[in-house]
Design a protein around this ligand. Structure first.
Ligand code: TXA
Ligand code: MG
Length: 306
């Protein structure tokens, strides 16, 4: 693919117009969302979607989330039963992805759903992403904007560190507010719901045990990896460890000196990126309580450590 540097531009009106133009032609643009940065391509183009998989090195059995402006747009691609509609009305735009029965006539690239009968849909809340969707006449497929398996990006510099030269443009919309990927909820044809991935919403509800790989693709244990050993529940670092603190447990950086889980979620990936870049060959992380948002944080940390 390309080997020149990928431009990073501010997500202002001119930047958004340029991004929309690149996307219309089938290019790849990293975009800010309220959760993490996404690597967007038009979801109705086989070629454009193939480029996402190639740039990330993503296995092709792992389907993508399709981003739309609102519920009305979502209905073109999936069956939205009343249970799903209620969730969308309450939480869209926002950090909620709904896995719904895919419409057979949905005009989407085949690779988006990786052969599944269901489709993951999300209406993101970040103002720049909403403005971009308004400029595009097509939905945007967007996984997190990192090389497959590595730490998710919560600022433009994280994207560049992982994908520089492999994508066409990075739109800089500042740091992501939530800092953790969206909660994924599957709404089955009988209206029952299952949480497939813990996230910023429904933090206290139980997550479905991963079933077979077809039902819960992309929930591999190894994920979000910093590229060096990661030790969880640490009180003090070993000499060769970069320490990520929490609350009163100090470190080279701290997820939240006040012990606030919302702040810790927003800082998690930035701290893991610091640990990955540090000279020390290992990373230690303080204990994060396994309640509320802490459960989603610990889900990511366990995968990063495995
Ligand atoms: O917050 C987010 O969701 C971010 C931003 C960019 O929107 N996106 C994101 O995408 O986290 P990604 O590709 O890193 O994670 C999407 C997850 C994957 O684990 C994938 O397997 C799962 O969603 N997924 C996609 N379609 C699915 C489907 N039909 N059924 C079950 N899981 C699905
Ligand atoms: Mg990801």
């Amino acid at each position: 693919m390309m080997d020149s540097k990928t431009p990073i531009i501010t997500a202002d009106q001119a930047g958004l117009a340029r991004a929309a133009q690149i996307l219309a032609r089938g290019g790849l643009v990293a975009v800010p969302t309220e959760t993490v940065y996404g690597l967007a391509a038009r979801a109705d183009s086989d070629q454009a979607v193939q480029r996402i998989y190639a740039a990330k090195g993503r296995p092709d059995h792992n389907p993508l989330i399709v981003h739309v402006a609102d519920l009305a747009k979502a209905r073109a691609y999936a069956l939205v039963q009343p249970e799903a509609e209620a969730l969308a009305r309450q939480f869209w735009p926002g950090p909620l992805t709904l896995v719904l029965p895919r419409k057979s006539d949905a005009r989407l690239a085949r690779a988006v759903t990786a052969g599944l009968p269901t489709l993951a849909l999300r209406a993101p809340a970040h103002p720049a992403m909403r403005a971009l969707l308004a400029l595009c006449e097509f939905p945007l497929a967007a996984p997190s904007a990192n090389r497959s398996g590595f730490i998710s990006p919560t600022c433009a510099a994280h994207v560049a560190a992982s994908l520089d030269g492999r994508i066409d443009l990075i739109l800089d919309g500042g740091p992501c507010a939530a800092g953790l990927e969206s909660t994924i909820i599957a709404v089955r044809e009988d209206g029952t719901r299952e949480i497939l991935r813990p996230g910023p919403l429904f933090a206290d509800e139980p997550v479905s045990a991963p079933g077979n790989e077809l039902e819960a693709p992309g929930q591999e244990l190894r994920h979000y990896a910093p590229g060096k050993p990661l030790r969880l529940g640490a009180m003090t670092p070993e000499a060769d460890e970069f320490m990520i603190g929490f609350g009163e447990v100090a470190g080279d950086c701290n997820l939240s000196p006040d012990g606030d889980l919302t702040e810790a979620a927003a800082q998690l990936y930035a701290c893991l990126h610091l640990g990955a870049l540090a000279q020390k060959p290992g990373i230690a992380v303080a204990c994060v309580p396994d309640t509320g948002l802490g459960r989603a944080i610990n889900d990511r940390l366990r995968r990063a450590a495995s």
